[in-house]
Design a protein around this ligand. Sequence first.
Ligand code: NAG
Ligand code: NAG
Ligand code: NAG
Ligand code: NAG
Ligand code: NAG
Ligand code: NAG
Ligand code: NAG
Ligand code: NAG
Ligand code: NAG
Ligand code: NAG
Ligand code: NAG
Length: 805
Amino acid sequence: MSILWRCGALIALGIFVGVLAQYEWQPKDAFDEIKVKFDRATADNCPILHVSDLFLPEETVSHLPDIKEFDQNPIFPNRTALLLLHNMALTRGFFWSYVLQSRFIRPAINDTYDPGMMYYFLSTVADVSANPSINASAVYFSPNTSFSSSYRGFFNKTFPRFAPRTFRLDDFNDPIHLHKISTMNTFDVRDLGSFSPDSISHDYTTDFYKINEWYKAWLPDIVENRHDTKTTYQVEIRYANNTNETFTFHGPPGADEDPGPVRFTRPYFDCGRSNRWLVAAVVPIADIYPRHTQFRHIEYPKYTAVSVIEMDFERIDINQCPKGEGNKGKNKFADTARCKKETTECEPLDGWGFRRGGYQCRCRPGFRLPSVVRRPFLGEILERASDEQYYNGFDCKRIGWIHKTPIDWYRLPQYTRERYLNHYYEYKNYTKGATSLHSEKVNVNEVLNFILGVTENTCNNFHAQDLVLNGDVAFGAHKQFANEAKMALRLANFISAFLQISDPLEVYSGKRVADKPLTEDQMMGETLSLVMGNSRIWTAATYWDRSKFTNRTLFAPYAYKTQKNSRKFKLEDVARINKTGEDYTELPYFKLLKQRWAANFDSLEKYYMKMRIRHNETGEHSQKYEHYPNFYHAATMDHGFWTAPKFECKGYVKKWLVTYAAPFFGFDSLKVKLEFKGIVAVSMNMLGLDINQCPDDYYVPNAFKNTHKCDEKSSYCVPIQGREYELGGYKCECLQGYEYPYEDPITYFDGQLVEAEFLNIVNDEKSRYDTFKCRLAGAAALRVEFTILSVVLLLSWMLFRRWTR
Ligand SMILES: *[C@@H]1O[C@H](CO)[C@@H](O)[C@H](O)[C@H]1NC(C)=O
Ligand SMILES: *[C@@H]1O[C@H](CO)[C@@H](O)[C@H](O)[C@H]1NC(C)=O
Ligand SMILES: *[C@@H]1O[C@H](CO)[C@@H](O)[C@H](O)[C@H]1NC(C)=O
Ligand SMILES: *[C@@H]1O[C@H](CO)[C@@H](O)[C@H](O)[C@H]1NC(C)=O
Ligand SMILES: *[C@@H]1O[C@H](CO)[C@@H](O)[C@H](O)[C@H]1NC(C)=O
Ligand SMILES: *[C@@H]1O[C@H](CO)[C@@H](O)[C@H](O)[C@H]1NC(C)=O
Ligand SMILES: *[C@@H]1O[C@H](CO)[C@@H](O)[C@H](O)[C@H]1NC(C)=O
Ligand SMILES: *[C@@H]1O[C@H](CO)[C@@H](O)[C@H](O)[C@H]1NC(C)=O
Ligand SMILES: *[C@@H]1O[C@H](CO)[C@@H](O)[C@H](O)[C@H]1NC(C)=O
Ligand SMILES: *[C@@H]1O[C@H](CO)[C@@H](O)[C@H](O)[C@H]1NC(C)=O
Ligand SMILES: *[C@@H]1O[C@H](CO)[C@@H](O)[C@H](O)[C@H]1NC(C)=O
């Protein structure tokens, strides 16, 4: 009995140990090290933590977007959010520089042209509200450099400190929202420049602030001797009254300068504010300082403020793969992936943020997936695998016979060629030119020939109707130009917020005065900064509806550039063209959006603000803004409109342009109801898009859908990003159960090669297209299977025994 008992206990112990021991002790790696630091800082303990505990190492954010490489290297989806951060900061840097210096194109008066406080606040709110991936936005001024129109008798005086900042609140527990879900639409808005003079730890310009690396990135700006150290930008302005003016202003450094215009901070803990780990993009704002001295030689350009846009560190993708071609530069997390290096190699995936497992393990060249596995091994599954699973799985199998790639090849025999041409019959009998787009199955080569054949010089040879393409030709624009569209949306949201929240007639106690209505210079600056801050935006326009802008019937600043990487821009008020039927209110997308938003505004998004402003002009302390709750309605991305690609032969920018337009809203004259006030439109070059030739669902409006040339029996098509508007932006990967037969550093057929060789068939030339097929995965090599062998031996031995008996 007791023996039985002991045996039972022993077995139980065995199982218990076995279960416990299935997870091996993993050595601590760079990720764990950072994660410990990441978790250590909390809202409660951060004020007493040492400065070094409030920052993460610089290398934790790898692959920062570099403005010098925008035209050469594609930006991958794992960096689009950082790119938006970069471009937003840059845009704001240009805008504030423009608007602070715009006093030089206006008559000298004994008052300031500067925007009021509400303009600053709402501008930072719009940065965050229109961009879900941005969590905070701010403008920090150096001491005694911020002029304001918000106080009476404040001419030539400055705020000691001024720093309007907005961050997104988690409104899960907010009494305004009863649903108990986070809307992401509530913002904390405050002036960080208002603090009591004795509490020096609240002074963002001093070291006592601890986390102010954004401030130190560019400020304080001490200019010595040479007074012309700031980069200048030139804008040719043409006003509605047909007068021209060239305005030159100082701004952030140019893209070609070193250092460039944007600096990123290390990740830091936003202590006492949003209490999250943030990464900031910082751009300086230039002004001519000091002002109003009557001696221009002692006034010189100087950085007086910085624009700081921030996002959650947690949302920035990390790359755990070993260093290599796609993973150069500093990277704290390099080589923390668990891929089995002998047979697989690591490839990063996007959208994982600061989490383990954002990668997959593909087979190395010369290896293939086991036939029961459909796709590369996911990092997340590897990371969670038990010891046993890890050691027995996640390996690729060696491919037995590897071909050398053929060096010499031949013209295909006629019947094989005929077979291919019957399959891709669109290459047999096709039309050229614009009509090639209208056949039932398009011949992509002809379509591209047509589209790329329309240029500045040739566009006059085409019919106007041929220069407007169907929307499906620009498939992917919504996604690939989302960053650009968001910048237009931001401006639309800002105008909506300003029109709804700032009342110029409001009277406050004390010396405070309400913001004046939006001025022409502000709107011109905002529009221009879209073009300046984003290299992919070619034109930007703010079209105000008839009689909606103060003192103007029509008003429509339209900014554009004629070449990339230049410091010269053009700005025109297209209200100049005011003949009935030709003005901008006749634009199809203007009319469409105006009609759509004529009566019903229910679907607009509602944004709440909790605003704290300064007590008086010296700051001292902050107080609640008089209105509470404070909210406005504005459009989201889906409320805007994408146009079909168009080539405007008579336009300012002669390219295939795709336009996104977003509406903005204010109150009607009785202040009771919302009203459509106009639109903001940005245009991008369609030829910067990647085209997708892979198959997709029947309802997906993509003109190039399913035009790839992969062998469908043995391989499937996977898009490659960053190849732009050219054929072959895909690869043919082997299907499950097939293997890549050639000796090659890659394990797929490259789309560009496939397309080129296919064309050779069409032209009846030498082609190796016929060899672009994966091979059925057979046994890798001759191998002895011991179980089967022993069973067979046993059986034959038994038979032998019976037989001999
Ligand atoms: C501004 O004020 C100064 C002195 O108060 C006066 O001399 C000057 O004429 C004024 N300028 C304008 C444009 O009003
Ligand atoms: C910051 O933005 C991310 C989206 O990128 C969002 O998931 C997160 O909740 C935001 N943080 C706060 C405090 O709202
Ligand atoms: C800003 O101006 C105030 C008042 O004129 C002065 O006391 C203070 O020293 C100035 N600060 C700086 C940094 O110049
Ligand atoms: C068009 O603009 C010109 C110049 O600004 C102005 O004289 C004219 O009255 C305008 N016409 C209309 C119809 O508004
Ligand atoms: C034309 O308009 C601009 C801006 O409104 C103004 O500064 C300029 O003085 C005007 N020119 C004439 C000749 O009216
Ligand atoms: C302004 O410049 C444009 C070209 O940019 C020119 O066509 C136009 O005649 C100019 N207007 C005046 C009044 O000089
Ligand atoms: C404005 O302030 C600057 C520097 O503080 C001073 O040099 C200048 O004289 C002031 N101008 C006027 C018009 O008061
Ligand atoms: C982003 O993706 C690209 C292409 O896959 C890769 O080369 C790069 O290393 C990735 N970066 C990060 C941080 O994951
Ligand atoms: C080519 O197509 C046109 C019309 O689509 C047709 O009339 C013609 O017969 C076709 N030619 C060949 C060789 O199939
Ligand atoms: C609009 O015009 C009126 C009358 O000319 C003027 O008093 C007012 O200052 C103008 N408003 C703006 C914002 O320019
Ligand atoms: C601002 O308010 C503080 C505290 O109420 C006061 O001491 C200070 O004199 C005020 N400053 C001005 C310029 O009124």
